[in-house]
Ligand binder design. Structure first.
Ligand SMILES: Nc1ncnc2c1ncn2[C@@H]1O[C@H](COP(=O)(O)OP(=O)(O)OP(=O)(O)O)[C@@H](O)[C@H]1O
Ligand SMILES: [Mg+2]
Length: 309
């Protein structure tokens, strides 16, 4: 095994344009085997395009690298065989039953022991008594779990999941994530795009992309630390009005009401403290808090807009 083989994903300098739109720019990432890497970024930032390049569905305009040790340009067939990809939209057949969907996937992959694999997947899902139910009649959460079962039927080593839990309720999302951690525990590497902060925090590491560029990388803690963001939490009457007044003040980069409190963040501590100074008295109560991932991402989005302009 070569040294790089411990990277399930190891790509550098990926670029992709659609017409004159440069949607992925010099994208480089390494993800070690068995890790769960969260892929975050605003709508249209290039997450889906990147996932498609990694599994060989889309050819990059330039750049190189490997997935599972195979070249992403020349060996995409090998990559596809060992990769499970869950697309952003439900991609199974709503008018086939649970069992039929899985059998169909098994045939497409040309798998051996098809009946056994399908039975095992259904048992693992806990859907043995509903195997003949139409997939279209499942709840959103169950549909996504079925899609995950389908994407892992061929026992891939790499899972690329594109917003797998969008629109799914919290309990079902938790079950889904427990399953992802189970799979990673068995050695699968997972790259999963999401817009949910709680999910970002359940990843071993995260990558944040904006306008096609990777702008933050590391554990959630690293990313929060690397932002150098200072956040104050203020409580008091009419925080909505307070938030409105603080908006746009020098030093205030983001401000957001949270129930009966307001979160004010900025990277220039002195300017931020000066901005909130007029309200730093009764009846308001202020405390400095650790910024949340959401505070950090909102700030990153604001910065990226400035750069783009
Ligand atoms: N086949 C295509 N042809 C033309 N433009 C495309 C194509 N695919 C994607 N784009 C554009 O590329 C940009 C990046 O899209 P992409 O789907 O990768 O973003 P995303 O980060 O997955 O967004 P979302 O969070 O909304 O899913 C968008 O502006 C999109 O309109
Ligand atoms: Mg997408």
């Amino acid at each position: 095994m070569t040294a790089e083989a411990s990277w399930a994903i190891d790509v550098a300098g990926l670029n992709k344009s659609f017409g004159d739109k440069h949607v992925v720019q010099d994208f480089s990432i390494q993800v070690a085997e068995g890790r769960i890497c969260g892929f975050l970024g605003p709508n249209g930032s290039g997450k889906t395009t990147t996932l498609r390049m990694l599994c060989g569905l889309l050819t990059p305009d330039s750049g190189s690298g490997t997935c599972l040790g195979f070249d992403i340009i020349g060996q995409s067939e090998q990559i596809k065989r060992q990769t499970g990809y869950m697309t952003q939209r439900f991609s199974l057949y709503e008018d086939l039953t649970i069992a039929e969907n899985l059998e169909f996937t098994a045939r497409v992959y040309g798998l051996d022991r098809r009946a056994e694999r399908v039975d095992r997947a259904i048992a693992r899902l806990g859907l043995s008594n509903r195997r003949d139910q139409l997939a279209g009649s499942l709840s959103g959460g169950w549909k996504q779990r079925l899609a995950l079962a389908s994407a892992t039927l061929h026992e891939p080593k790499l899972l690329l999941l594109d917003e797998p839990t969008a629109g799914v309720d919290p309990k079902a999302r938790r079950d889904f994530w427990d399953e992802i951690h189970d799979l990673a525990g068995q050695g699968l590497t997972v790259l999963v795009s999401t817009h949910y902060m709680d999910e970002a925090e359940r990843c071993h590491e995260i990558a944040y992309i904006s306008y096609g560029k990777l702008i933050a990388r590391g554990t959630a803690q690293d990313v929060v630390k690397g932002s150098h963001l200072v956040t104050f939490h203020g409580e008091g009457p009419e925080v909505g009005k307070l938030a409105h007044e603080l908006q746009g003040k020098p030093g205030v980069e983001t401000v957001a009401p949270f129930g009966a409190a307001v979160h004010v963040s900025g990277t220039d501590r002195r300017a931020l403290e000066a901005a909130i100074a007029p309200w730093r008295k009764a009846p308001y109560r202020w405390s400095e808090v650790e910024p949340t991932l959401e505070d950090v991402f909102i700030q990153l989005m604001g910065q990226a807009e400035d750069n783009f302009a």
